[in-house]
Design a protein around this ligand. Structure first.
Ligand SMILES: *Cc1c(COP(=O)(O)O)cnc(C)c1O
Length: 458
């Protein structure tokens, strides 16, 4: 018997038109943009895979919650609804809403991090690292070594190496490490998950050394899905049960709601300790706003409460992760090399093997991004030499081991047909890969150059 084909667990009620301009127009637009995809106008992009942050589609239930948002300055009904939802889902009674994830980091870290502190974790996200280093503290990467080898297919490449973590606890003076920061899913490799076993063991180690443990929870629901389908003993548990267990091992979390919150803006801190909540409240009021809105409109909190319940449903998560795997499998079938295994929110194309005749000094992943845009109107983002910036001391380019084109998939936005266009576009570029030319800078900012750089063809 033929197996039943897969179909998404939703139908489309509102659509947004996207326009495909001509290849000649795209060639012109990207030239005007200095061959930097960040400089393109979104209206000139057909399929936008720049990021999965804040780019998802809200449901009809979220849109109706928007209408019911309570815009009171203090004591908003929408705040209490969100607090109740988060406490039910995560088991965290204290909620501090913020305007996005990095604002949650700013508030929590203001309360906890002092100069010369050390914050161990599994490859801190760039804003997290920024907020740590801005306080003249150190973000110490304790991820398992396998995470840095794209050839190794392992189910939980986001895990923390317990030996590295314990060494850190022993090496630094006791008062320098107050907490460990565990990012779920780990951003490296497009969202590699952390196993429940690892979360539990990290938690036990932290308790042994009297350290707190926080999640950077931006993609906690995607992480829970991977635990369900990959880790023994979780197949029969619901996503919500798995989420509840994950959060039972930590003291709190910072969250960018623009990811698994299924909203376009927002973030929060959730905590178990009233004492820490009090300490954070001071900075919340100073940086974000009063305690019951923190930089958000009441309607934003209302939509988030609904979004958190939707993103922790198996059917939704299955449709999402399946898309990532669909795209990855099609690319592999076409003989295009990608980072394996495919993570929870993005597929990474290996640009060095795609464009072997373009040296790293001519930015192969940037070239691939430009050519994919010209070919198919698809916008990805370079994760390679351009992003790696120059060495701050020698001012030489840093050459990372991998030069990658990241294709991040927005939530509930594109269909498999769009994904087929991406695959087609990459195949077209692959056919003419020997004619692709490298790039060189015409403008380069001293740091974070990838956002504003301009290039010309070599
Ligand atoms: C996006 C993100 C952040 C920062 O959140 P913003 O909402 O962009 O400020 C922090 N950590 C992780 C893992 C993220 O993905």
């Amino acid at each position: 018997m033929e197996t039943r084909p897969y179909a998404e667990p939703y139908k489309i009620k509102v659509v947004e038109e996207i326009k495909l301009n001509t290849k000649e127009e795209r060639e012109q637009k990207i030239k005007e943009a200095g061959y930097n995809l960040f400089n393109l106008k979104s209206e000139d992009v057909f399929i936008d895979l720049l990021t999965d942050s804040g780019t998802g589609a809200m449901s009809d239930n979220q849109w109706s919650a928007i209408m019911k948002g309570d815009e009171s300055y203090a004591g908003s009904k929408s705040f209490f609804e969100l607090q109740k939802t988060i406490n039910t889902l995560l088991g965290m009674p204290y909620l501090i809403p913020t305007h996005q994830g990095r604002a949650a980091e700013n508030v929590l870290f203001s309360a906890l991090i002092k100069k010369d502190d050390v914050i161990p974790g599994n490859t801190h996200f760039d804003t997290t690292k920024g907020h740590i280093e801005h306080r003249q503290a150190v973000a110490l990467d304790c991820t398992v070594d396998e995470a840095f080898d794209p050839e190794i297919e392992l189910p939980f490449k986001g895990n923390i190496d317990l030996a590295k973590l314990e060494k850190a606890f022993n090496d630094y003076p006791k008062d320098k490490i107050k907490f460990t920061n565990l990012t779920i899913t780990c951003n490296s490799g497009g969202g590699q998950p952390v196993s429940m076993k690892n979360i539990k063991e990290v938690s036990e180690l932290c308790k042994k050394y009297d350290k707190m443990l926080f999640f950077d929870a931006a993609r906690f629901a995607e992480n829970a899905y991977f635990i369900k389908v990959r880790e023994e003993g979780y197949q029969d548990k619901t996503i919500k049960e798995i989420v509840r267990e994950m959060f039972s091992y930590v003291d709190g979390c910072t969250m960018s709601s623009k990811k698994d919150g299924l909203v376009n803006i927002g973030g929060f801190i959730a905590l178990k300790s009233e004492e820490l909540y009090r300490q954070c409240s001071v900075y919340e009021i100073m940086f974000e706003g009063y305690l019951t809105y923190g930089g958000l409109a009441g309607r934003d909190m209302a939509a988030l409460a609904v979004g958190l319940n939707e993103s922790t449903e198996y059917d939704y998560l299955h449709s999402r992760i399946r898309q990532m795997q669909y795209l990855g499998d099609k690319l592999v079938e076409a003989g295009i090399s990608i980072v394996r295994p495919v993570g929870g929110h993005a597929v990474y194309v290996d640009a060095k093997s795609f464009l072997p005749n373009i040296p790293q000094s001519e930015f192969p992943a940037q070239v691939l991004g430009v050519e994919l845009y010209i070919e198919a109107g698809v916008r990805g983002v370079e994760v390679g030499v351009v992003l790696a910036d120059r060495d701050p001391v020698t001012r030489e380019n840093r050459f990372p081991k991998l030069d990658l084109l990241r294709l991040a998939i927005p939530r509930r936005v594109y269909t498999d047909n769009h994904l087929d266009v991406i695959v087609w576009g990459l195949k077209q570029v692959h056919k003419r890969r020997n004619e692709c030319r490298g790039l060189k800078f015409t403008y380069e900012a001293p740091i974070m150059r990838h956002f504003t750089a301009r290039f010309e063809r070599v």
